[in-house]
Design a protein around this ligand. Structure first.
Ligand SMILES: Nc1ncnc2c1ncn2[C@@H]1O[C@H](COP(=O)(O)OP(=O)(O)OP(=O)(O)O)[C@@H](O)[C@H]1O
Length: 612
C-alpha cells in the first residue's frame, strides 16, 4: 500500500530560517509580496482597481505581546483555494502564470508564507474572494503543522485578505513600530500603490510614489538632482553623476551612480535590485559587466528570475542579455561625455582610469573616442598618444617598469620620447593603436636601441680613448659584455649598459642558474641552450663625462681595469639590473681595491696611479 510523505513543519521552518532566509525580518517582505500579487490578480479582473496595503501594529496596554495585521484589497481566497494554496506547502496559485511564461506575479514557490513562522507560532488569515460567493473565511495555521478553516465571525465588507500575527516572545523586536516601518519601507519602498502604516491610532503612508526614475520631473536638471538625492539616501554617498539604465531583456530599468572615489580595481560593486518593485537584494553582484566597477546601481527588473531565497537573480541567458544592454548604456554615457563634456570625462578618467581603459580595450568605437583623453607616462612627461604622435610620430614604448627606469633618464636627455606602458592595460592600449588608426605606428623600445642615437667620436678622440677601450674589452670579456665609447647626455652619466629583450632574458636566466641546485640548474641549462640568440650587451662609455675623460689618461693599467669594473657594476645598478654572484664579487673586490689604491697614494692625487 502506498503512503503519503509526512512533512515535519518545524523541520522545514528551521531549514528555511537557517539556510534560505537571511533574517527573520523577511516575513514583512513575504507578506507585502503576497499582498502585491493579490492586488495584481484583482487588477486582472478589475483593471481600474488601484489597491493598497495596510499594516497595523496593535500594541497591548498590559505589556502583552504585540499583534501585526497586514490587510490588502486584493483578489482574496475561496475556501477551496485556502485548502489548496494556503495549506499546501509548495503549492502556489501563481504557478500557472509562470508556466505560461507570464510574469504577472512575484511569488512562485509556495513557501513564502512559512517565513512568518520565524516570528510567530500561529497565523490567522481572514479572507474574502473577489471571485467567490461573498463569504469570509478564516484559516488558522500553526507552526506544529495543523490548521483549521471555518467561516469567519467577522465578515469583511469587501474582497481582500487580512493576516494576523501575534509576536512570539523571542521575536518581539520585529514587532516594534520603528522596525516594522523600516522593514516595510526597505522591502516595499518602490511599490506603486500606497503602504499605510497605523500605529497607536495614527496612519501614515510610508512609501513614495513608485521608483524615482519613473517619476516625471519639470526639467533634466531637476531629475538629475532628485536621482542624486535618491542615490545619497540609498548608498550614503555623494555620487558624481547618475546614468539611466534600461534593458528590454529582463525588462530592467534603473539608474547607475558614478562613484565619487576610486574603488579597488576589480572590486565587485554591490547593487540594489528590485524584482517587480519589491526589494530582492542589496548586494547583487552579477548585474553589470566586470569593467563597470565605477558605478553602483539601483534597478527594478520585471522579468528576471529570482532564486528561491529571493536574494539574487538566477544566472541565465536573460540576465546575460540584460547585463550587455546595461553595459551599453554605460558605454553610451561615456561616449556622450567625451563629445559634450570632455572635462567631466577627464575627471572621471582620473578617478576610474582602469575601468575606462578596460572598456576601451573591449570596444573600438569607445577606444577611438577615449584615447585622446587617456594620459600616459613618457620619458618626457605625461601626454596622450595623440600628443605623442603629433610630436614624435612612431610611438615607442617599454612594457616593464625596470625597462623604463633603465632608459628614462638617458632617453629623455637625447630628446627621445618613450612611453612607460608598464601600468595595467597600457601595453595593450598602445598595441591596439594601429588596429584602430591605420596610419599609426607603434614599436617596442629596448635600451639596446639607445646607443644608436648617440654621437660618434672624432678620429683624435677615438685615438685618445683607445687604451681605455682595450682595457675595458679585456676586463668585461668574462661578463660577455661588449664595449664602445660615444657622446651622450646627460654628461653626468659615465656609462650606459644596454641589452635587447633576449639579452635581458639570458641575463636573468644565468643569474637563476647560479642560484639553483643541480636539478634545477640542469633545467636552467636547457632553457639557456634553447633561448633565442641575442646581441651581446653593450657598455657605452660617455666621452662627455669628466671621469671617463680622466680615466682615459690613467697610466696605471690595474687602476684603469678596476675603475672600468666599477663603472660596469654602477651601470648595472643604475639600470636597476640585479647583480649576479660574479658581479657582486667584482663590486666587493673593486671597492676594497679602490680604497687600498687611495690609501697607498696617501690621499694625494699625485700618488701612485693618480689620474692626469
Ligand atoms: N494576501 C493574499 N491574498 C490572496 N492569496 C494569498 C495571499 N497570501 C497568500 N496567498 C495564497 O497563498 C499561496 C501561498 O503563498 P506563499 O507566500 O506561501 O507562496 P507564493 O507567494 O505562491 O510563492 P513564494 O514562496 O515564491 O512567495 C499563494 O500562492 C496565494 O495563492
Amino acid at each position: 500500500m502506498d503512503h503519503r510523505f509526512q512533512i515535519n513543519l518545524r523541520g522545514v521552518i528551521d531549514l528555511l530560517s537557517h539556510h534560505l532566509y537571511s533574517s527573520p525580518g523577511v516575513y514583512v517582505r513575504e507578506l507585502l509580496q503576497n499582498a502585491t500579487d493579490a492586488i495584481r490578480a484583482r487588477q486582472q479582473l478589475e483593471p481600474s482597481h488601484e489597491g493598497s496595503v495596510r499594516v497595523e501594529l496593535i500594541e497591548k496596554q498590559d505589556g502583552g505581546l504585540p499583534t501585526l495585521l497586514f490587510s490588502d484589497d486584493g483578489i482574496g481566497l475561496t475556501e477551496e483555494e485556502i485548502h489548496r494554496f494556503l495549506a499546501t506547502i509548495g503549492e502556489s496559485s501563481k504557478r500557472e502564470a509562470l508556466a505560461e511564461r507570464r510574469n504577472d506575479f512575484i511569488g512562485q514557490f509556495g513557501i513564502g508564507l512559512l517565513s512568518c513562522f520565524m516570528v510567530c507560532d500561529e497565523l490567522l488569515v481572514v479572507t474574502r474572494s473577489a471571485k467567490g460567493d461573498g463569504r469570509t473565511m478564516e484559516w488558522r495555521g500553526r507552526h506544529d503543522g495543523t490548521y483549521s478553516v471555518r467561516p469567519s465571525e467577522h465578515p469583511l465588507e469587501r474582497p481582500g485578505t487580512q493576516v494576523f500575527l501575534v509576536a512570539r516572545a523571542n521575536a518581539a523586536e520585529y514587532f516594534t513600530a520603528e522596525r516594522v516601518r523600516q522593514l516595510a519601507l526597505h522591502y516595499g519602498g518602490l511599490l506603486p500603490f500606497p503602504i499605510l502604516l497605523t500605529v497607536g491610532g495614527s496612519t501614515e503612508r510610508i512609501n513614495t510614489e513608485g521608483a524615482p526614475w519613473r517619476r516625471r520631473y519639470a526639467s533634466a536638471s531637476e531629475r538629475r538632482a532628485a536621482l542624486l538625492a535618491y542615490g545619497r539616501e540609498v548608498f550614503g554617498a555623494d555620487f558624481l553623476d547618475c546614468i539611466p539604465l534600461k534593458s528590454p531583456a529582463g525588462d530592467v530599468e534603473g539608474v547607475a551612480f558614478v562613484l565619487p572615489f576610486s574603488p579597488h580595481y576589480n572590486a565587485k560593486q554591490k547593487h540594489r535590485v528590485y524584482l517587480k518593485n519589491m526589494l530582492l537584494s542589496e548586494s547583487a553582484e552579477n548585474l553589470l559587466p566586470d569593467w563597470a566597477f565605477f558605478v553602483k546601481c539601483v534597478v527594478n527588473a520585471n522579468e528576471l528570475r529570482p532564486t528561491a531565497s529571493r536574494e539574487s537573480f538566477y544566472e541565465n541567458e536573460t540576465l546575460a542579455k540584460a547585463r550587455t544592454s546595461m553595459g551599453q548604456a554605460l558605454r553610451r554615457y561615456l561616449v556622450d561625455l567625451s563629445k559634450e563634456d570632455p572635462r567631466a570625462l577627464q575627471r572621471l578618467i582620473a578617478l576610474h582610469g582602469l575601468s575606462v581603459k578596460a572598456l576601451a580595450l573591449d570596444d573600438d568605437d569607445f577606444y577611438r573616442l577615449v584615447i585622446p583623453w587617456l594620459p600616459f607616462e613618457t620619458t618626457m612627461g605625461m601626454m596622450t598618444l595623440a600628443e605623442y604622435r603629433r610630436a614624435h610620430g612612431t610611438v615607442r614604448y617599454v612594457s616593464t617598469l625596470d625597462d623604463f627606469r633603465q632608459v628614462a633618464r638617458v632617453a629623455a636627455a637625447q630628446g627621445l620620447c618613450v612611453v612607460n606602458s608598464a601600468y595595467t592595460y597600457d601595453t595593450d592600449l598602445i598595441e591596439k593603436l594601429p588596429h584602430v588608426f591605420s596610419d599609426a605606428q607603434v614599436e617596442p623600445f629596448s635600451s639596446a636601441e639607445l646607443p644608436q642615437s648617440f654621437e660618434e667620436l672624432g678620429l683624435d678622440e677615438r685615438e685618445a680613448l683607445f687604451p681605455l677601450l682595450k682595457v675595458a674589452e679585456q676586463a668585461l670579456q668574462p661578463f660577455g659584455c661588449d664595449v664602445t665609447v660615444k657622446k651622450f647626455r646627460p654628461k653626468e652619466v659615465p656609462t650606459l649598459y644596454s641589452s635587447d629583450a633576449e639579452g635581458a632574458f639570458r641575463r636573468d636566466a644565468e643569474r637563476a642558474r647560479e642560484e639553483s641546485d643541480d636539478l634545477y640548474g640542469a633545467m636552467m641549462d636547457n632553457v639557456l641552450a634553447s633561448a633565442p640568440g641575442s646581441e651581446r650587451p653593450l657598455l657605452t662609455f660617455n666621452y662627455l663625462n669628466p671621469v671617463v675623460k680622466k680615466l682615459s689618461g690613467v697610466t696605471d693599467r690595474e687602476l684603469m681595469k678596476l675603475s672600468v669594473e666599477m663603472l660596469y657594476v654602477q651601470a648595472l645598478l643604475l639600470g636597476h639590473r640585479p647583480l649576479s654572484a660574479k658581479e657582486m664579487a667584482l663590486l666587493n673586490q673593486g671597492l676594497l681595491g679602490l680604497i687600498a689604491a687611495r690609501l697607498d697614494g696617501g690621499g694625494e692625487d699625485s700618488g701612485r696611479g693618480g689620474m692626469h
